[in-house]
Design a protein around this ligand. Structure first.
Ligand code: PMP
Ligand code: GLN
Length: 434
């Protein structure tokens, strides 16, 4: 019987455990793309353009703020306010109030979390009830799907579709307004958007956000806006917060990440910002699960934001400098992928670039299951045979729609130039062998 474990007992008789151990809410979500592919990349010591993290150090001012916090006395190592250290919620309210154009109450409208992951988890647990429908725009950051499921909600998928033509920019991935409207029903509780998008790099324009906002208002639906890459836009693309559109502050939970903001993904400090009528329910989940987040990390992030707040829009701002640095890395990676015949879609924002693999051939051997989608097989082959790690794009789709994007894989370009050079060497060698 599946799940049966026989253990020898002290008295010689085996104890049979045959009851199901896992809760049903875990069914179908036990596989995780990051666990699988990060391990595979490590096993093969591949050049890692898979998992999204910078392989260079965070800025000095943040490292110094962290050291200062850690050595700042005993209280830096004790519990702090459950919903966020006062210094962090204060600066988040100040900065985001300025960006959203709405006064934000630090103690009411902000919740500090363990990374954006926990902000998302609290949001779904707090707002999605059994049977509620949640619209998820594909491609989506993979954790939305299991989190909606764990909350008892039903995922309703709405694909972004590539416009015809050469399709070289993430801006060519668009929503059909009529199709989106058709997804809203009396059961729709929330819609999740992610701008700049992981994995395409799409940065939603105001007109696109307005279509979503109008539908949210019409159907009294909550918008969960994942904006972890908000400071990273390229070629003049502008990040717009949906919460800043008329009538949207009241119904939007905006999610952010210090890991992405300060190139320090190991910090795991994130937040959810929105009206207290929504955030108070996230706080209920938080106080009964995590209670509070590491104090010193919060103090360091608060200081990092204070430094940036005082120089916002100035050339010395990290938020100005990073997109310039990443534009160079993005272009470098695009050129590198083209060497081997992959066709990259140039992202307008974020950490990632998707590339069309349909014009390259590869022989996936017996070590790679032929039952897997093409993009999974390609990435496994790339890791095992070429020593380069990426992520299959169908992982960012529902099982129903994943088949339509099997020709795409995702690469991360927020890496040291030496890492990108190593990827380029692999591509050149591969091209020369063709
Ligand atoms: N949302 C998106 C779109 C992401 O790419 C990630 C991965 N960093 C997260 C949320 C989770 O962020 P964090 O590392 O702050 O938990
Ligand atoms: N957000 C990162 C990515 O998309 C990594 C997430 C993770 O490793 N769990 O690559």
């Amino acid at each position: 019987m599946e799940g049966t474990i026989c253990m020898p007992s002290r008295y010689g008789r085996p104890i049979i455990m045959s009851r199901q151990m896992h809760a049903r809410r875990l069914e179908g979500i036990d596989k995780n793309i990051w666990v699988e592919f990060t391990q595979l990349a490590a096993d093969y010591q591949a050049v890692n353009l898979g998992q999204g993290f910078p392989d260079f150090a965070p800025p000095k001012f943040l490292q110094e703020a962290f050291c200062k916090a850690v050595s700042g006395g005993g209280l830096m190592h004790q519990y702090t306010r459950a919903f966020g250290h006062p210094s962090l919620v204060t600066i988040l309210a100040q900065l985001f109030g300025r960006l959203v154009g709405h006064e934000i109450q630090p103690l009411e409208d902000v919740l500090v979390t363990i990374g954006a992951y926990q902000a998302l988890f609290c949001t779904f647990q707090a707002l999605v009830d059994e049977g509620d429908e949640v619209i998820i725009i594909e491609p989506f950051f993979d954790c939305y799907q299991p989190m909606v499921k764990m909350a008892g909600g039903k995922q309703v998928y709405m694909p972004l579709r590539p416009r015809g033509g050469s399709n070289l920019s993430s801006g060519d991935w668009v929503l059909c307004a009529e199709e989106l409207a058709s997804k809203f029903t009396a059961k729709t509780k929330a819609i999740v958007i992610n701008t700049p998008n992981n994995p395409t790099g799409k940065v939603y324009k105001t007109e696109e956000l307005q279509v979503i906002a109008d539908l949210c208002i019409k159907h009294d639906v909550v918008c969960i806006s994942d904006e972890v890459y908000e400071w990273l836009t390229y070629d003049g693309a502008k990040h717009v917060k949906i919460a800043s559109l008329a009538g949207m502050w009241e119904r939007t939970v905006t999610i952010g990440s210090a890991g992405k903001t300060f190139s320090a993904t190991g910090l795991k400090v994130g937040w959810a910002i929105g009206p207290s009528r929504l955030i108070k329910h996230l706080k209920t989940v938080h106080q009964n699960s995590i209670y509070h987040c590491p104090t010193a990390a919060q103090v360091a992030v608060a200081e990092g934001f204070q430094t940036e707040y005082d120089r916002l829009g100035h050339p010395e701002s990290y938020f100005q400098q990073l997109p310039t640095l990443f534009t160079h890395k993005r272009n470098k990676l695009a050129a590198c992928l083209e060497i081997a015949g992959l066709r990259p879609t140039l992202p307008e924002g974020g950490y990632f670039m998707i590339a069309d693999i349909s014009s390259v051939s590869f022989d996936s051997d017996d070590s790679i299951s032929q039952d897997e989608p093409l993009d999974y097989r390609f990435v496994k082959w790339l890791i095992k045979k070429k020593g380069l790690a990426a992520i299959p794009v169908s992982a960012f789709y529902s099982p129903e729609h994943g088949k339509e994007v099997q020709n795409y894989v995702r690469f991360c370009f927020t890496k040291e130039d030496s890492t990108l050079n190593a990827a380029e060497d692999i591509m050149k060698k591969w091209a020369s062998e063709k």
